[in-house]
Design a protein around this ligand. Structure first.
Ligand SMILES: [Fe+2]
Ligand SMILES: [Fe+2]
Ligand SMILES: [Fe+2]
Length: 417
């Protein structure tokens, strides 16, 4: 669907940063520092176009994105860590399948491989990028626990052409001379000055946003298509109700963003196979607050409200604000209903998928009890077959990607581990 950009070059990187911060703040800050070191190395050579520089820097920032799934974060942060294939492989596949960085993604797979171990078949710019990230990664890890730069430089020379390509080391020394990267990182100065200005098209911003959504939904096999289903139902219902396209667009974005904060909820709670304890439920409900923090006031207000109110109920029994019905707009009510329908129709760790009939009867009951909007539920019921057909069409490619990704992950793990 073509909609006016709500995410743009100005807010997308903040959105990505804040989202990943909830996985582990170390990931983001480390990613940014690595990106600034790599940017230094790219700047001292005039081989890459500004576009390529930008792509490689975003890739560098996201190089450990696979760790959100494979939980290698602790092992990763040790200076000489082994066993880092899981996040390298998952990160590569994830970026290859789900980000606009497809052509560079392979560098992520090899960002922990010594130069002597890189396959000969690797394209030159990929192996160079992998080496730049690898070197930057090690330097940053080192500086987090020591400020002894002499020892670091001595170590780098010892492993010249074994661990790190001599040519890449020389690029780093040149960049260090020009930008004093090490002291910037050591003194935790603002290393943003050593990062390129991000210029992205509308389509790319949307693709990065979707990448984040999949990063969240793909954490649990039960939620792979949750956001896409909620979004699809919301848009279909809005159109059936005859809402103007400008409102449909807001609904589309609001539904897309509604569960962003789930990135900060532990998988054990997301996948708990039964009724959650009151404590776990409280944690689960904080996802709305987390979404609010991630959006950080950078997205249009109407859209933010749709995202933040999907658990409110018309009788004031919802959360987090227990808002009464007269404060909830049609757009907000549509997404609230769609979210429930998506959850009922899907499997969850605590339940199987409900039939269409059972799903309808549950939301009809909630409408009768004054919790859900009767008109929205009525329109949904009248158009249920078509609405679900569209859901299926929208979900199929996502499921294919998800299962393909897991198959490739197992295959590559077998090959390299
Ligand atoms: Fe890594
Ligand atoms: Fe939610
Ligand atoms: Fe949801």
């Amino acid at each position: 669907m073509k909609v006016r950009a709500v995410v743009n070059s100005n807010n997308i990187s903040g959105l990505i940063e804040r989202t990943l911060n909830y996985v582990d703040p170390r990931l983001v800050d480390h990613g940014k520092r690595v990106a600034s070191l790599v940017f230094g190395m790219l700047t001292v050579q005039d081989k890459y176009t500004p576009r390529e520089v930008q792509d490689i820097c975003i890739l560098s920032m996201l190089h450990d994105i696979g760790a959100y799934k494979t939980e290698e974060i602790n092992r990763m942060t040790q200076f000489e860590s082994e066993d880092v294939w899981e996040h390298s492989i998952y990160g590569y596949l994830f970026l290859h399948e789900l980000s606009p960085l497809k052509e560079w993604a392979k560098a992520v797979m090899f960002h922990h491989v010594p130069v002597s171990g890189l396959p000969d078949t690797l394209e030159k710019n990929i192996s160079e990028t992998a080496q730049m990230i690898s070197l930057a990664d090690r330097i940053d890890m080192y500086l987090q626990s020591s400020s002894d730069i002499e020892t670091l430089l001595r170590y780098l020379e010892q492993v010249r052409d074994l661990k790190f390509d001599g040519h890449i080391l020389d690029l780093f020394y040149e960049a260090e001379q020009r930008f004093s990267l090490l002291s910037s990182l050591k003194e935790k100065k603002d290393f943003r000055r050593i990062l390129p200005e991000i210029q992205l098209t509308e389509q790319e911003c949307e693709d990065y946003l979707k990448m984040m959504i999949y990063a969240i939904d793909f954490r649990s096999q039960h939620t792979v298509t949750h956001t896409i289903t909620t979004t699809s139902i919301s848009v279909s219902v809005a159109r059936c109700m005859g809402l103007p396209e400008s409102q449909v667009r807001k609904i589309w974005y609001g539904a897309l963003l509604h569960d962003l904060g789930k990135i900060g909820i532990p998988v054990e709670i997301l996948e708990y196979p039964g009724k959650l304890s009151p404590q776990a439920m409280t944690i689960m409900q904080t996802h709305v607050k987390l979404t609010e923090e991630i959006l950080g006031g950078t997205i249009e207000e109407d859209i933010t409200r749709i995202a933040l109110r999907h658990h409110e109920k018309l009788d004031g029994s919802g959360y987090p604000r227990r808002l009464p019905g007269d404060e909830l707009t049609t757009e907000e009510r549509i997404v609230a209903v769609s979210d429930i329908v998506s959850a009922l129709l899907g499997t969850r760790s605590y339940k199987g998928a409900f039939s269409r009939e059972r799903t309808l009867s549950i939301i009809e009951e909630q409408a009768r009890e004054g919790k859900l909007d009767c008109q929205v539920v009525k329109v949904l019921k009248e158009n249920f077959e078509e609405v679900l057909e569209t859901v299926e069409e929208n979900c199929r490619p996502v499921l294919d990607t998800y299962y393909g990704l897991h198959k490739d992950y197992q295959r590559l793990l077998g090959k390299y581990l």
